[in-house]
Ligand binder design. Structure first.
Ligand SMILES: *Cc1c(COP(=O)(O)O)cnc(C)c1O
Length: 483
């Protein structure tokens, strides 16, 4: 160890210069903090700040004692950070509209009102107001779902993974489910068809090959232990080239000939033909039911644009069996979800207005010119401040993604703010800027590509333009001037 002859004395002296907990508790801003956060919380923060400062002094990271004013500023910051919600709001400029890690679908105001009212007041969740007796929560949306899909019956669970799991457990426990090898999918975050099957007690019978599966593969696999023939929509990838799959109508016929239910996991579950809005084609539950499926499952927070939930629609007798399974109770949804789902499903009764009313569709159908206009209005107010940091801001054409495994190869033309270094000396600032934006109170999430920070404006709603501008200017300030 290096001898530090004068180190000890200053440390104890510096420590003794620090104000006491009681002194800070009696300081001028303390009464306001106590009113806002409570005395216990203030005490915790004072102790935390003092202890951190003592540690820094003891390890000689700090060579002068902070003033009382400086300590109070640190306490203020600590109180604010602890009061900040962990589930932070984010401006999603990733270019992925249905971003699973950023909460997937954003919901329309009408839907949010329905959720708020369900949360704030008692509601007839499982109560038949006509009869004055117990009802069934699924009935709140069953009729709408049947109307929109052409199915006989419907039930709702926590998400589509739960829908698939429940279906397999209710109908294929200790029995076989036949699936094409080309459809044994993994959806990000530990949803894998073979694993879900195993946990649900279903025996997976794989048929065909990765790229080609034929009708006879299914016909030959059907036996006395077969419970289901299943098709899984390969929503998050495509197989191209020398491929073959058995189309729904043919598979439905094969299953029917063996008296086996034919079930389809559709994934994204849009309820209307998206091509009418200029979007790529995605199969609908109605088409799948019309093709002969006995049961269809899909998500509510992907293209549907609603809350996190999973839907099962199809034959009444099968839905009955599913609803009798005790796992239905385990996987059921709450009133806030049902309020949102009912509200969003009602919008689908009037398809022509969907791009105006369903926020997800609004974002997906935004023309590139709309994002270009936002870029043109933002850039003049950012250009000089960023230039003084050694960065340039320009508008750049990019391609947005739908996300959540929907329509994986389709890209939507969009416009991004592109922030790049003016010269090599400032390249590291792009990375720092990305981090600063991410750490802001309203976190701004973009992506770095080829040393350029891209902020895809597709999901920037008008009410967030000025927040984005302020956040970007504050972040630039945090970067400091050109080096
Ligand atoms: C997204 C998806 C799931 C999982 O749905 P969650 O609502 O995320 O649980 C299952 N199957 C397919 C085909 C999907 O696309």
């Amino acid at each position: 160890m290096n001898p530090k002859p004068v180190a000890r004395a200053p440390v104890s002296e510096l420590l003794s210069q620090l104000p006491s907990v009681d002194k800070l508790l009696l300081s001028e801003p303390a009464s306001g903090w106590i009113a806002q956060y409570g005395r216990d919380e203030l005490l915790r923060c004072i102790r935390f700040v003092l202890s951190a400062v003592r540690q820094k002094i003891s390890s000689s990271d700090l060579l002068v004692a902070p003033t009382e004013q400086e300590l109070l500023a640190q306490i203020d910051a600590r109180l604010a950070v602890r009061a900040r919600p962990n589930l932070r709001r984010v401006i999603n400029l990733t270019g992925t509209v249905l971003h699973t890690n950023l909460g997937r679908a954003v919901m329309p105001d009408e839907v949010i009102e329905a959720m708020a009212s369900a949360a704030a007041e008692p509601c007839a969740l499982e109560y038949d107001l006509g009869e004055g007796k117990r009802g069934d929560r699924d009935e709140l949306v069953e009729e709408l779902l049947c109307e929109l899909t052409g199915a006989e019956a419907a039930t709702v669970v926590n998400n589509n993974a739960a829908a698939v799991f429940l279906l397999l457990n209710a109908l294929s426990n200790r029995k076989e489910t036949i699936v094409s090898r080309g459809e044994l999918i993994e959806i990000g975050g530990a949803f894998r068809i073979p694993d879900i099957m195993k946990r649900a007690g279903a025996r997976l019978v794989e048929v065909g090959t990765t790229n080609r599966t034929h009708p006879k593969d299914f016909v030959e696999a059907i036996g006395p232990k077969t419970a289901l023939v299943m098709k899984v929509h390969t929503s998050n990838y495509v197989v191209q080239g020398f491929t073959a799959e058995v189309a729904e109508p043919e598979l439905a016929k094969i299953a029917q000939a063996g008296n086996i239910p034919f079930v389809v996991d559709l994934g994204a579950g849009t309820l209307v033909d998206l091509t009418q809005f200029g979007l790529p084609k995605e199969p609908t539950p109605a088409e799948t039911i019309a093709n002969g499926a006995d049961l269809v499952t899909f998500s509510c927070d992907k293209l549907l644009g609603g809350p996190q939930a999973g839907i099962l629609v199809g034959r009444k007798d099968l839905i009955q069996r599913i609803k009798k399974n005790p796992l239905k109770r385990v996987l059921r949804v709450g009133k806030v979800t049902l309020a949102a789902l009912e509200s969003v499903l009602r919008m689908y009764r009037n398809p022509a207005t969907l791009p105006q009313r369903v926020k997800v569709l609004q974002l997906l159908t935004r023309p590139a010119a709309s994002m270009q206009a936002q870029a043109d209005s933002l850039i003049p107010s950012l250009r000089d401040v960023f230039a003084s940091c050694g960065l340039q801001v320009t508008a750049q054409p990019v391609k947005s993604q739908i996300g959540s495994g929907s329509l994986p190869v389709e890209r939507l033309p969009s416009v991004a703010l592109a922030i790049a270094a003016l010269d090599r000396a400032n390249e590291k600032k792009v990375v720092r800027l990305e981090r600063l934006l991410r750490g802001s109170d309203t976190a701004v999430i973009g992506r770095i590509s080829e040393k350029t920070l891209l902020l895809d404006l597709r999901c920037l709603t008008e009410d967030k333009v000025s927040v984005l501008r302020e956040t970007m200017l504050a972040a630039a300030q945090g970067l400091g001037t050109t080096k």
